[in-house]
Design a protein around this ligand. Sequence first.
Ligand code: ACO
Length: 373
Amino acid sequence: MADNPTKGLADVVAASTALSDIDGKAGRLSYRGYDIHDLAGRTTFEEAAHLLQRGRLPTAEQLADYRAELAAGRTLGALVEADIAEIAGRQEPMEALRTLVSLAGADDPDKADNASDANLRKAARLTAQQGVLVARYHAARSGGAVPEPDPELGIAANFLLQITGRTPSQREIEIFDACLVLHADHTMNASTFAARVCAATLSDMHSAIVAAIGTLKGPLHGGANEQVMRTLESIDRGRVAEAVRAKLAAGEKIMGFGHRVYKTEDPRATHLRKMSAELGESTGDDTFYRMSKEMEEVVFTEKRLYPNVDFYAATVYHYLGIPTDLFTPVFSVSRMSGWTAHVIEQHADNRLIRPDSEYIGERDQKWIPIDER
Ligand code: ACO
């Protein structure tokens, strides 16, 4: 039987959105009409989140108000506080986040209220809390204490402070802020689609985000950034080309390469490659960056595939001192802004998302009683 041409919903327009747009041939990405190249390195993550959730880049006053709302919203609820240590001892990072966000839904004062003002408040709280959840999870499993967030610092700086236990340099903050901006939204990616399908049943925002986190976890989506680092660590640094060719010859996928929509360089990878080079040089050991460059050349020569957002994000996070198994959680810290904005957009003009399927099974089967089968 011929393969379904829309298998994996390739090229199917599944939703209308005013949040982000991709030109896969030109390698362009924009958030609400702003080119990602103009946003990354120039706007903070909070400004990008405001743009996505509240429809416009904030004025200085709007940004101050939004930052105050985020600062007030990052306090974790009683159920999360009571259970986080137990969860950290039993669940892997993305599993734990799935559980913790579900618990945060029970703690949230707006709970299952889907009204637009309640959704805006929940979006801010979820965005404020995600980084804190990752840091608190990490501290709980490693038995350490988490530095208190600094009210003067934004989400990027506080996250680095809480994960590494040291005050990050200004340049590290700028780079990580840009990483969060670059990952904030990306049209109908798998986790966003999962969130919208859930929201379209008129389920609540926390339920939609739990669906999204479970979807981001997989190695074909957000889970790829962790796998990139594991690959780099497993390869003999003097034999990168041979190792990559051997994997390809064995039919393995190289994590961090290829994309459903981009047919040229992913514009986010352009920024992340530069950041990886800069951080590699400043830490005094750029081995993983140089290995990444070599991998990129071999994969392009052999398969004509470009790196996606996950490829250079791996070494950037590594150089920033983030533990490898928290790379995908970091993705969720940023994408929370986009997921929540999509839930708001879905609820504002809702219709149940319910595609059709092509039946390929047996037909006209004759029912047989159980003792005759
Ligand atoms: N390494 C080797 N070959 C690859 C890779 C790769 N990373 N990506 C695609 N290919 C090959 C496939 O084997 C396939 O070859 P074939 O036609 O000879 O069978 C062809 O390219 C098309 O690949 P599909 O997997 O069918 O493409 P699809 O659009 O369904 O998948 C995806 C896109 C999932 C991103 C894929 O490129 C992949 O698995 N990449 C590795 C995982 C990864 O990096 N995921 C993160 C994506 S970005 C994100 O989600 C944030």
